[in-house]
Design a binder for this molecule. Structure first.
Ligand code: SF4
Length: 384
């Protein structure tokens, strides 16, 4: 490589924020060296496998006390898209997910809905729970009974809530989004979202580290950030992982404007910019599991395999992506075909990557055994 910084990455040396910025600036003119370095690292640490998790998306409750300018997931009482899942609905969807041979039960909620909405408090009461996290614990137990593996993404849960959820969840998720305080200022996307204050998010991710919960986190790209803020965010995730060793994957999500949001007129993240950030993520964290959601790059997702990603995240054969409802999931058979054409083998993983199995209880590990192959992934005959 002509770039000394990229050679240092290939030699396993640490690179500074300044080096990363230089690589980025050069890549804007000519990204070939960056892309080929990311490809080499991806092949070195992840081979020619690309994974995904076969999931059902449980939109448990989409009332939310916050209001991010890009979000179409959140509902207000009375809106058609409002979701307040009953125990019966959860059970029915679990049964259906099992029939579709899903592996993951993804439990998603808005941010602490009961703090702001009487409707949420009434819903919890009707179902016999005092808090959303108690309800998710119950849903997680039901999922395990049916042979599905829970992964909860319920915003800023406190230490004790996460500790309880660790008993039934094989992993959990919380997007960092971005570490920039500037994005919380007036007129910026996180101004009305206290839970997205970087300090608050980092505290939760620190707690997940202390609790040794296999954690999925990531950044949202294209919401008005600077490249320095992207680099700071990725370096912060890397440092969390260096400290606690529990970040199991990093999601890189490209912003797509939603018609019913304050950011409806903002352009989607530019694909070249997004690809450079994907490749930068691989050189910042060479061994990390790095994921892009295929539904958000429907025409080109397979091209990201050559710039560093090794995972497609959760793909559902039966439920929509409630966070991006206008982008349906591709068929798993199509993802398989596109991955193969790009030279990669598609394999199904649990919502926890094999290298993190030792983080969860023996009981949870035992429950995965029947479905598991010798690589710690899901047996082909189960998911295909
Ligand atoms: S992105 Fe999450 S925290 Fe922000 S408004 Fe939507 S549901 Fe709430």
């Amino acid at each position: 490589m002509n770039s000394e910084s990229l050679n240092n990455v290939l030699d396993n040396k640490e690179i500074s924020h300044h080096n990363i910025l230089e690589i980025y600036q050069y890549a804007l003119k000519d990204p070939i060296e960056l892309f080929s370095t990311a490809k080499v690292l991806r092949e070195k640490y992840k081979g020619n496998t690309v994974t995904f998790s076969k999931k059902a998306f449980f939109n448990i409750v989409n009332l939310c006390k916050d209001s991010c300018s890009y979000c179409t997931y959140k509902a207000e009482p009375g809106e058609e898209k409002l979701s307040l899942m009953s125990k019966q609905q959860i059970t029915e969807l679990l049964d259906l997910a099992k029939r579709y041979r899903c592996v993951e039960a993804l439990f998603v909620t808005g941010e602490q809905p009961e703090q702001r909405y009487q409707e949420a408090r009434d819903w919890l009461k009707e179902n016999g729970f005092a808090s959303t996290s108690e309800y998710i614990i119950h849903a997680s137990e039901l999922a395990l009974e049916k042979g599905l593996f829970p992964h909860t993404n319920a915003g800023n849960l406190d230490f004790d809530e996460m500790k309880e959820l660790k008993k039934t969840n094989v992993s959990m998720g919380l997007m960092l989004e971005n570490i920039s305080d500037r994005l919380t200022e007036k007129g910026m996307p996180h101004f009305l979202a206290a839970s997205k204050r970087p300090k608050a998010r980092l505290e939760i991710l620190e707690n997940a580290g202390k609790l040794q919960i296999p954690m999925t986190t990531g950044i949202l790209v294209g919401i008005g950030e600077t490249i320095e803020e992207i680099i700071d965010s990725l370096v912060a995730i890397k440092e969390l992982h260096q400290k606690y060793g529990n970040i199991q994957e990093v999601i890189l999500q490209n912003f797509q404007p939603k018609q019913d949001t304050r950011m409806k007129d903002k352009p989607s993240a530019d694909e070249k910019y997004f690809k450079i950030i994907v490749a930068l993520s691989r050189i910042i964290m060479p061994k990390m599991n790095i994921q892009i959601p295929p539904n958000l790059s429907p025409r080109s997702y397979q091209s990201f395999l050559s710039v560093g990603i090794n995972d497609w995240g959760g793909i559902s054969p039966l439920t929509p992506d409630f966070v991006n409802p206008e982008f349906s999931w591709p068929d798993i058979s199509k993802v398989n075909e596109n991955s193969k054409n790009a030279g990669f083998d598609l394999k199904c993983r649990f919502p926890i990557y094999p290298e993190f199995f030792s983080f969860i209880s023996k009981e949870l590990q035992e429950k995965m055994k029947d479905m598991q192959n010798e690589e710690g992934l899901v047996k082909e005959e189960y998911w295909r």
